[in-house]
Design a protein around this ligand. Structure first.
Ligand SMILES: [Zn+2]
Length: 413
């Protein structure tokens, strides 16, 4: 893979005098411009530190605040967006909260309007009460979704106290306990020019963007930039096995491995895990050689403070599959990695990453995730190529080991 294939995906960064950061990815061949305005805080931030003071953040508060802000933004700039046929959406993640849209014809006008409105919102108590009802409804829907239940069960078995084990939106009691005073304190601390990053990708001129957004009259930041308080999390798993029932036709099995090695950079943790999992489950992988090419999926998720690898299957015989995976992993640990096979899975990973970038929505997701994980698009490609046989052997014996493993099962009722 040449560097040239990657160079089109290197974003340009700018820091405006107001403190707002720009991350711009010019893609002249696209028709649409995608815009995402985000703060680097989400549901996993249970506290932030600001000027030597800690602000504790109630569970579910980030998500409810996102709802309230989206409601107020609709009042303030909804008509302007609608006049261009543009739909403004909002989303709370583990470590970021964002407001995003795409447009063919008015990216700078709408981004300017969004930035100004986002820094001038009020938090009326009746809007908070209204959105509490909506979130309560969202919660009821989530409680009946077996996939969400299965994921939550796995995260609670993996993590003792990291907030990733909690639902992004909170519990009914937590949502009810929130009030407009807490949301206002949160809003004033977390939403300031210096916490906002504008991501834009599409047929854009970075100089024109920097000039236009610099000229916006934005309020000055009232406080120093808030800093994330990283949770303390033991290296061990909570329990190696979790089980529940739901209205599913076939048992759902997740096998997860908790990250312990935070000396590796994030991109290398992720890519080496994905390559090891490809060696395990791929068409020429250890499981297929054992005669069991069962359809499943795998992933690596996490952030700077946590991480896990996960395999997922729908299988009528979860116990047999678990045994088979354990023995295939043991085989993989003992045998030397075939250099030709490693080169093949590395090439496939790089090709998959580049193919994903050809879809604008995927490219925007990459832009966001790499920025907030303090890495870059090119780091991922380099990490896939730098994952040597030695590193994969080390990951197989240290990360993919029984002590780190959690088997999480959801069985039919
Ligand atoms: Zn929501």
């Amino acid at each position: 893979m040449t560097a040239a294939a990657w160079s089109a995906w290197v974003p340009q960064h700018a820091l405006l005098a107001s403190g707002v950061q720009l991350v711009l990815l010019p893609q002249p061949q696209w028709l649409r411009t995608l815009v995402h305005v985000a703060i680097p805080f989400g549901s996993c931030d249970g506290a932030v530190r600001c000027a030597n003071q800690s602000l504790l953040i109630a569970p579910g508060a980030q998500h409810l605040l996102e709802h309230v802000l989206a409601n107020r933004l609709e009042q303030m700039i909804g008509a302007q967006f609608a006049a261009h046929g543009v739909n403004l959406q909002a989303q709370t993640g583990w470590h970021r909260t964002g407001y995003h849209f795409w447009t063919l014809d008015a990216p700078l006008e709408l981004t300017s309007a969004l930035l100004q409105a986002l820094l001038a919102v009020d938090i009326p108590a009746d809007t908070v009460a209204h959105e509490q009802q909506i979130v309560a409804h969202e919660l009821r829907q989530r409680q009946h979704d077996p996939r969400i239940q299965a994921r939550q069960q796995m995260l609670q078995a993996l993590f003792h106290q990291h907030p990733v084990r909690n639902s992004v939106i909170g519990t009914p009691a937590q949502i009810e306990a929130l009030d407009s005073a807490h949301l206002l304190a949160l809003y004033r601390t977390l939403y300031q020019p210096q916490t906002l990053t504008v991501f834009a990708a599409g047929p854009l001129d970075p100089n024109a963007w920097a000039a236009a957004l610099s000229a916006l009259p934005l309020p000055a930041s009232a406080q120093p930039r808030p800093v994330r308080v990283e949770p303390v999390e033991p290296a061990t798993v909570v329990t190696q096995r979790a089980q529940s029932t739901a209205s599913v036709a076939v048992p759902m099995l997740r096998l997860a491995f908790k990250e312990r090695d935070f000396t590796l950079p994030y991109a290398l943790r992720e890519q080496s895990s994905l390559l090891a999992l490809e060696l395990l489950t791929g068409p020429a992988g250890a499981l297929a050689r054992a005669g069991r090419a069962i359809q499943g999926s795998y992933d690596y998720a996490g952030d700077l403070s946590f991480g896990y690898s996960v395999l997922e299957w729908h299988t009528p015989q979860p116990e047999q599959l678990l045994e088979l995976v354990a023995s295939a992993l043991a085989d993989l640990r003992q045998q030397p990695i075939d250099p030709a096979q490693l080169a093949l899975v590395q090439r496939n990973r790089c090709a998959q990453m580049l193919r994903a970038l050809e879809q604008p929505d995927q490219a925007m997701l990459w832009l966001l995730t790499t920025h907030f994980k303090q890495t870059s698009l090119s780091d991922y490609l380099a990490a896939a190529q730098a994952s040597s046989a030695e590193l994969l052997q080390q990951r197989l014996s240290e990360h993919f080991q029984p002590l780190n493993a959690v088997a999480s099962l959801v069985l039919p009722r």
